[in-house]
Design a protein around this ligand. Structure first.
Ligand code: ADP
Ligand code: F6P
Length: 322
């Protein structure tokens, strides 16, 4: 009699992040190499509830390593937050004889993963969000690519800003976190950054801009979306400094594009570890990278901890802009 292969599933959930496709590819191929069968459910938890899936073989994940977005699609499912929604998802997994689930997403998705675990499903998470706001890992998939997209866009803004001796306020994503903004500030040589974690005095900034420091043809202010709206900041600066200010809200462009080398390599490392953990019988945990080492964290540990900004990096933005 032919022995049935053990089955695992993979979903991509929450806001998409470039590199999710590289994760689906690596997880699928490594799991097949380890003797497993892999099923991809569409649209995150929505697909688990609707039993919407396809079996993934090596060929079906070919040609996606360099594509942004996620070919399994993503969604935010309110139904999954309910016990009845979760029951439907669990029944579908059980009916399809799926023993383990890889969840690729952010902290919201891992809260759902923890719920599944408490109801008997084996789950391992792979952090993927441009916000990089998940504790227990130095990097989440998509963050490095988003930063690369942002620095390309901001350097274009700098070209025109310095031609016209202008102040620009650029709004970046990050939800409630200033991590994208701090790293953008360093990587783009911003003059000021506004983040939800720190209070700033706009009148003081306006005063400094007004005095216009010698040798500077432009002023670049990076605003995290969680701190303020770029338009409001620009209006205040204009009022207080008395000169023209231009605004650029980068928006969802930050989530697109081909994944960076770092995100592709991380995708391979995270995927291997996630499959290894499932095979070792581990559950209720997320893989991560800490000080260059691939690690495992319990969901509840990372969900209870708020990942803050790097304080040293925040100070350095202002030191380096002097
Ligand atoms: P992310 O995973 O990027 O943080 P969301 O916060 O939108 O994105 O969460 C993705 C999905 O995870 C939600 O649409 C929902 O289905 C599920 N989810 C989020 N929070 C919870 C929760 N507290 N309990 C159960 N499921 C949740
Ligand atoms: O979590 C990723 C993220 O891009 C945040 O930075 C942003 O606040 C949010 O998702 C936007 O969500 P939506 O795609 O639903 O507009």
């Amino acid at each position: 009699m032919v022995k049935e292969k053990r089955r695992i599933a993979i979903i991509t959930s929450g806001g998409d992040a470039s590199g999710m496709n590289a994760v689906i590819r690596a997880t699928t191929r490594y799991a097949i190499y380890r003797g497993l069968e892999v099923y991809g459910f569409y649209e995150g938890y929505k697909g688990l509830i609707n039993n919407n899936f396809k079996m993934l073989d090596s060929n079906s994940v070919g040609g996606i390593i360099d594509r942004g977005g996620t070919f399994l699609y993503s969604a935010r499912s309110e139904e999954f937050k309910t016990r009845s929604g979760q029951k439907k998802a669990i029944n579908n997994l059980k009916d399809n004889k799926i023993e383990g689930l890889v969840i690729v997403g952010g902290d919201g998705s891992f809260r759902g993963g923890h719920d599944l675990h408490t109801q008997g499903i084996q789950v391992v998470g792979i952090p993927a969000t441009i916000d990089n706001d998940i504790a227990g890992t130095d990097f989440s998939i998509g963050f490095d690519t988003a930063l690369n997209v942002i620095i390309d866009l901001v350097s274009k803004i700098r070209d025109t800003a310095s031609s016209h001796e202008r102040t620009f306020v650029v709004e970046v994503m990050g939800r409630n976190s200033g991590i994208i903004a701090v790293n953008t500030g360093i990587a783009c040589g911003a003059d000021y950054i506004l983040i939800p974690e720190k209070k700033v005095d706009l009148a003081k900034i306006a005063g400094q801009i007004k005095r216009h420091r010698k040798g500077k043809r432009h002023t670049l202010i990076i605003v995290a979306e969680g701190a303020a709206s770029a338009n409001d900041v620009a209006s205040s600066i204009k009022l207080l400094a008395g000169h023209e200010v231009r605004v650029s809200v980068l928006g969802h462009i930050q989530r697109g594009g081909s994944p960076s080398a770092l995100d592709r390599v991380l995708a391979a490392k995270f995927s291997k570890k996630a499959v290894d953990l499932l095979l070792e019988g581990e559950s209720d945990c997320m893989v991560g990278i800490k000080s260059m080492k691939i690690v495992k964290n319990k969901f509840m540990d990372i969900l209870e901890e708020k990942k803050g900004i790097d304080e040293e990096l925040y100070k350095l933005v202002h030191v380096l802009s002097m």
